[in-house]
Design a protein around this ligand. Sequence first.
Ligand code: PEP
Ligand code: MG
Length: 589
Amino acid sequence: MARALLYGTAVSPGYAIGRVHLLHVAGMVEKRRIAPRQAEREQQRLRAASEAVREALREAMGKVPEDLAEYREVIAAQMELARDPKLLESAAKRIESDLICASWALDETINQLCALFDKMEDPYLRDRAQDIRAVGLRLRESLQGSRAAVAPGENCVLMAEDLSPADVMDMDFSGVQALVTAQGGPTSHTAILARGLRIPALVGLPDVLATVHEGDSVIVDGVGGVLLAGPEQDDLAQYTALRDEYTAWETRVRAAAHWPADTRDGVRVSVQANMERPEEAGEMRESGADGVGLYRTEFSFLRDVLPGERELLEEYGAVVRGVAPARVVFRTLDVGADKMMRAQSNAKEPNPALGLRGIRFCLRHRHIFRTQLRALMRVGVAGNVALMLPMISTLDEVLTVRDIMRDLHGELAARHIPHAEKLPLGVMIETPAAVLIADALARECDFFSIGTNDLIHYLLAIDRNNHQVAYLNEALHPAVVRSLKRIIDSAHREGIWVSVCGELASDPYGLALLLGMGVDAVSASPRFVPGMKHMLRRLDAATCMDLAYNVLMSADISASQRMVRERLQESLGSELAFHTTSILAHCHE
Ligand code: PEP
Ligand code: MG
């Protein structure tokens, strides 16, 4: 095949060279017209496919390990979908009315359903489209007998429209060098699986299945987010060398994961992990992280039913025990904008990103907030726990939370329920208002954590999910750089510590700059922690301080990028290429 480059999202780092193995033969829908007398037979084939798929899913369910309750939930939902009367009846009607075969009718029905779900703003409902597609694919494969072999063989790059938990349970991944899917994002099952298997993965390449074929030779660049199809000899030589170099580097970095992250000139920066589920505690400990700098608590709230205090207590208790003796910073509920609860999806807001999200939602829905705070205060008595509040824009919000906690202390004490009366309380700095009142906030808080993902978007007035304005996402924009410096200095003037828990913390450009500005801690996904610690050990805080000064003086983003890159190249050499950066993606040169 002709050489072609496809760009996607790198969700698990590394390089792989192999031959394509297609899991699903998607796109090849059988499109056959039928005579009226054949309609009943096609409808019966559809019913038989539904039974066969349910049976296969039931088998997959039996293989799910104990600790993957989430997989079990997804498979159970897919089993229900496989016999959903709306889906099957509507496809059966189409067979009869349009006189088309079962595969074709099914495909039309699935597309129509998915189009409805895809348009929904609520991410929970949008995710249902993923399940419908996965079940649709299985039904079609059952009808057409086109399911690929489950043992993909040696040196293969497994490609699929998407991978669902049931696919994962069916597969033997021993020869798989990399995963590539047309759909999916950083939190998709593909991403989680690839990180678990420690193989590179790319997601979100919509054209990939139309471009490559079974057996094609491909290169997966899981650092740069590129798939190279039909590589030439030079490409193969270059990537073979890169892959070997990367593997050796990664082994070295991982072996040193538990060493402290002291810079060359002896400055220690605490490198912590971001977590979202108790099951990630093992990965967090393995990464060498000094505790959890951000535990996102929204996930248990995004289900159909709100969690009760007991359920939250169990979840938070499991996190604290899994991370002990290190500290966990729990962020209180941050729903709204891109993380809508089901209950919220009905309350239409004209601009959710500027609406009732984070602390604003919690202070409006006090019963939900009080339940969460009670669980956190109770878990705080037994572990090393701190709290932080998202989306703060006024001092009043912090004072109100302190009042609520005083009140809850009275309530819990009256009921003789053990709890921590006081817990270290910090705020996330992610709105321009919080930057400008950082001095006042620092006097009321025990620490700051800078949420650069939101801060950059709110500062530069760009919607985090709007691709049209993604080009404006410049972490080295002077407004961002000056804000970071102002926040760090305000915290230190009041004697409190400051951490960064947004993506910028794991970006080499961001890390060098933050070190130069004197940040105390950084926190990122556990998979980045060993690399961040390794990089800090190769940097020099005094030189980074000079760098930060020069970048602060610069109003020219390209010049700032050049200065940081030169500094990083001096310290890291060719290793710089092994660290994922989003800043380079916006490079002006
Ligand atoms: C951030 O905004 O940088 C952050 C860490 O929070 P989230 O990505 O969960 O909004
Ligand atoms: Mg945020």
